[in-house]
Design a protein around this ligand. Structure first.
Ligand code: ZN
Length: 226
């Protein structure tokens, strides 16, 4: 039962979010009188961000994480098109002006931010999330965009963001470090390099930046070492 609630359920709702996120940006087509196609409103992190603020627990965080991932895949694909007409990002009515050459910068910036927020919202099973997102990006690029460039671009974004995030988390001591915990059990001192709790000391404070609610990666610190 624990596996169902801790792994299967978040994974499935993450996948639902991932699938839905792929199509959210192009919902601007329904609102064409107000939003030009490739609208800045939908081609951004705005919708999942508002959802995470207002849903108040009704939408699972894993779904919001999936939405961020799906939107990132879509935006990375859109960033590969030429910056003319619908290829540009447009401001809503009454301005309805295009961002012009700045459009790909906007799309890539938001794609990277979306991936960052996906990891932040769903700190667990990160490798699984990367694998699922990369697989979906591959399918989206080949079946919907008939091109390989969107897949490459999304791959670069997700690996780039993961690398930066991992480095920063390691430095802040917010990631699980099995070897340090293990050495700690063998008698190291809290807070010392290689000692018990190294990198995990007062993780709430330091990890606020990385995880929703300032929670460190769970189940990493044995009770005795807190
Ligand atoms: Zn689009």
């Amino acid at each position: 039962m624990k596996t169902v609630t801790h792994k299967v359920l978040p994974s499935s709702v993450f996948l639902i979010g991932l699938g839905a996120g792929l199509w959210i940006p192009d919902t601007d087509l329904i609102l064409l009188p107000v939003l030009h196609h490739r609208s800045i409103v939908t081609h951004s992190i705005l919708i999942p961000w508002l959802l995470s603020l207002t849903a108040g627990g009704r939408v699972p965080l894993s779904t919001v994480a999936g939405l961020y991932g799906g939107i990132a895949i879509h935006l990375a694909a859109d960033a590969t098109s030429a910056t003319v007409g619908f290829g540009m990002v447009w401001l809503p009515w009454p301005i309805k002006t295009a961002l012009g050459a700045f459009s790909p910068v906007w799309l890539l910036g938001n794609a990277a931010a979306a991936v960052w927020l996906m990891f932040r919202i769903q700190p667990g099973f990160r490798i699984w999330m990367v694998a699922a997102a990369v697989a979906v990006a591959g399918a989206y690029a080949t079946l919907n965009e008939f091109a390989f460039a969107p897949f490459i671009l999304f791959g670069l974004i997700i690996f780039g963001v993961s690398w930066v995030k991992l480095r920063r988390e390691r430095r802040a001591g917010c990631r699980r470090d099995d070897s340090a915990v293990k050495r700690g059990r063998e008698g190291g001192l809290a807070g010392q390099k290689g000692g018990r709790g190294y990198g995990l000391l007062n993780p709430k404070e330091r990890c606020k930046h990385f995880f929703v609610g300032g929670q460190p990666v769970p189940q990493t610190v044995p009770q005795s070492s807190i």
